[in-house]
Design a protein around this ligand. Structure first.
Ligand code: ADP
Length: 398
């Protein structure tokens, strides 16, 4: 079964065509700068990389080019759209409507549109893609996989804010979480690595990339996560501030006469590692500068590690223990130094990091010492695979 996985970002569209019978990646690519001049499609098939200049106004144009390339490129892996047996779409917000992946129908589309308020940069683009796929492939089943679905198991005591309950009742203001597909994937892989059923494990999964979040997974279900109603909450991130005393926001707005949009822009794009270091949102650059004695870079680096450590402590307490901590995404998978910062001093809790075990990139590995009661695992995330897997299961059950 060939499955096309589509991930419509705020200004990009990523895709993978997977043969689920063999596990082979038939093609993958990325359309960037949609809506701007000089947009490009980067397409990889059979290890050949191509960069094709495109005029793309929106995601509808982008998916049109993608489908066209998949069948008409000289190295095209398929010759007709009927060879795409299902499409899996990543959807950023499913609000409270969806606690699992589902087959697309008119009702699903309507609910995703309602959730656009919670993900204004993502859901409308994904809907354009779904619409175009339905047009080009009217008989091909489509499945939506929601970033938020994994967190619908979080209980009210953890998903509500200490604001008047009427705001939840009126506007559904609550924690929804983010990166759910990644947390779900690494939790499942961790159980495999540990050789135990997921239902018997307490895990803390740390998705540490440009956007970062930590999730507590108790007996196979998410019970808390660091992201909130929007992906601005929790850890300090590349350019996002993470948790801040809410009164600070209104204080700054008054002092600097900022509008809500201006303040949101500062919190989303001018803060985080970038805002503290004054240099970059990229942890590699921050680490380089920190090693050369740049104090602000060092501070940003320390703040990141400290924030992750605090969430590990929180979830260790709320779950009354933990069997394993999992690191994933750009920083979690590749940065061998950050774990030193995160796990430093946690030996009394039974958490001992062993940097010597963290040398081989790109593969699943145990990076805690043999004496560590709590295992530390590095697991490369694979959201596309998880989306394809959900799509396959749903389509096969039809
Ligand atoms: P996104 O949220 O954009 O998908 P990624 O998961 O790709 O982000 O992670 C990007 C982050 O990973 C950047 O901060 C980058 O510096 C960091 N990163 C990637 N490789 C390394 C590395 N070898 N050492 C330290 N940080 C790394």
């Amino acid at each position: 079964m060939n499955i096309l996985v589509v991930n419509a970002g705020s200004s990009s569209l990523k895709y993978q065509l997977l043969d689920m019978d063999t596990g082979e990646l038939l093609a993958k690519g990325l359309c960037e700068r949609g809506g701007y001049e000089n947009a490009v499609q980067k397409h990889r098939v059979a290890k050949h990389d191509k960069v094709i200049a495109r005029q793309m106004r929106d995601h509808r144009d982008a998916i049109g080019y993608v489908l066209n390339t998949l069948i008409n490129d000289p190295d095209a892996p398929i010759s007709d759209l009927s060879e795409i047996h299902a499409v899996g779409h990543r959807i950023v917000s499913g609000g409270e409507f969806f606690s699992r992946s589902c087959l697309v129908d008119d009702d699903v589309i309507e609910k995703i549109a309602i959730c656009s308020e919670l993900a204004p940069l993502h859901n409308p683009g994904a809907l354009q893609v779904i619409d175009a796929c339905r047009l080009f492939m009217p008989h091909t089943p489509q499945v939506t996989v929601f970033d938020t679905a994994y967190f619908q198991s979080i209980p009210p005591k953890a998903f509500l804010y200490g604001l008047p309950l009427r705001y939840y009742e009126k506007y559904k203001i609550r924690k929804y979480g983010a990166h759910g597909t990644s947390h779900r994937y690494v939790a499942a892989r961790a159980a495999q690595m540990l050789g135990k059923p997921l239902e018997e494990l307490k895990l803390i999964t740390c998705h540490l990339g440009n956007g970062s979040s930590v999730t507590a997974v108790d007996k196979g279900v998410a019970v808390d996560t660091s992201m909130g109603m929007t992906p601005l909450d929790g850890l300090i991130m590349g350019t996002r501030c993470g948790s801040v005393d809410p009164a600070v926001i209104t204080y700054i707005m008054r002092k600097e006469s900022l509008t809500p949009d201006e303040m949101e822009n500062i919190m989303n794009r001018e803060s985080g590692l970038y805002g503290i270091s004054g240099l970059s949102n990229d942890l590699r650059e921050i680490r380089r500068e920190a090693e050369m004695g740049n104090e602000r870079a060092n501070l940003a680096y320390e703040m990141f590690g400290y924030a992750v450590k605090k969430y590990i402590g929180q979830y260790f307490a709320t779950m009354a223990g933990c069997d394993a901590i999992i690191l994933t995404a750009g920083i979690g998978e590749n940065c061998t130094r950050m774990p030193r910062m995160i796990f430093d001093g946690l030996e009394p809790m039974g958490i001992i990091y062993d940097p010597e075990k963290n040398c081989q990139r790109g593969m699943e590995r145990v990076v805690s010492s043999d004496e560590s009661r709590i295992k530390i695992l590095v697991i490369p995330t694979n959201e596309e695979w998880m989306i394809a897997q959900d799509t396959k299961e749903i389509v096969e059950a039809l």
